[in-house]
Write a protein that binds this ligand. Sequence first.
Ligand code: MG
Length: 259
Amino acid sequence: MKSYKIILTAFLLIGSLSMANGQDNAKHEDTEFYTPVPKEVVPGKTSNSAPSDALVLFNGKNLDQWVMADDRSQPARWKVRNGIFTVDKNTGNIETKQSFTNYQLHLEWYIPANISGEGQARGNSGIFLASLGKGDLGYELQILDSYENKTYTNGMAGSIYKQATPLFNPARKPGEWQTYDVIWLAPTFNTDSTVKTPAKVTVLFNGVVVQNGFELKGPTQYIGQPAYRKAHGASPIKLQAHGDKSEPISFRNIWIREI
Ligand code: MG
């Protein structure tokens, strides 16, 4: 009986030690899931014009509302042409001049018809619904070519990257414009910086709800588990210049309403 207890204690000790080290040994594959695959839905046609009280973040003419994310003193250097703008992967992420807390956002994005690559390396970009600094820090709503392009489901278009698989897959073919309508409620924090209420997001992708009041576990984490580690207030919205080699994607008609 005594030896049984010793063995049990040793077993529990080893178990808790390996759990404590779990984050150190984590691999990116650990948090990538392939099933179940969201059902495909054919989206309808929708009206996307800005309401009268919206702040227009891109009106087809210039990027005056945007700056370089890694150096906010620099104007956004992505190229505006023919009423749209295109990711410039050489210059880096861009983000809004203004900061926001709770809002409704409309944004349209376009995967070029000649897109190449596969999985996460096919039309990858993303919207950091609250940018928390340089690089890919913040809460990412993924943008990707998800039309017949297999990847982990919590990394598809419409996913909250590595946290929430979209409820459906209403992706249009490359070469067709797609819409996101997002309702974002920022997290709130206690005075000791612990999270009081988590961020909450609802996303319509081509008019189809793909995230329904999902409560985020923390900022996006490529490797390891997300958690709220630092309090923050109102934040800019950031667009991702993802480093993959596929053809860059474009954006148009972006507007926001604070709520
Ligand atoms: Mg991305």
